[in-house]
Ligand binder design. Sequence first.
Ligand SMILES: [Zn+2]
Ligand SMILES: [Zn+2]
Length: 265
Amino acid sequence: MKDNRIRKDYHMHCRFSTDSKAAPEAMCEAAIARGLTDICFTDHQDLGFADPNWFRFDPEAYFRELETVKAAYAGRLGVHIGVEIGLVPDDPRLAREAEALAKDYPWEFIIGSTHLIPVRIGGQVYNVDPADPAEVSRTWYHFNSVKAMMSVYFDTVLKNLEQFDFYDTVGHIDYMSRYMPRELAPYRYEDHAEQIDRILQTAIRKGIAVEVNTGGLYKGMGKTNPEDRILRRYLELGGRRLTFGSDAHRPEQVGYGFETLPDYG
Ligand SMILES: [Zn+2]
Ligand SMILES: [Zn+2]
């Protein structure tokens, strides 16, 4: 029987990300133990956070260290050096910064992600971080429903696809759903079908892949980001470029759940 199991994990973080303490070698060892052939480090470079040092690292130091790791594992594990860039739409200064970051270094792979949603309060736009429960509760009254908040999120993902051309894959297109209050019902594809279809169609038209992110499987959601239903829809629309990533921030998360994924081939 043909073994279609995914053996390339193209989304993971190590201690160059401010939310990970993992040594790159520990991630490599975990990958080998899980039977992976290739991994790509995609540490965070996020734009638009209130603290400009948060989720930033020095690319020179990153390449220096990861080139050494790549050489040390040659022949045992393909180690690739990429980045996950957190994007903000409609901001020419941040757009220039993102574009420079993308082209000034020899990244082997770039994930374009949406980690922030813009909220307009009293004529000013705040980029709200959904992973910060305090920020979500502070701005919740603007939305008052999972549907409204997800709708703003999908709109932001779509703008980041329309406004940027430099990335290889669009990261976890329903990322925001990881942080919605658990006591509320999860979002439903049907409520956002038009927006989600536009995201998928835009990615297909621009030749940007769509990521299957297994982070949701160990974050208690019981499904990937995005979920299977949306990935099937992508295939139905003619999409053929999926990338797979665990979004691991710790060694035990490397390649997580890959053996449970359906064959999207
Ligand atoms: Zn991300
Ligand atoms: Zn990530």
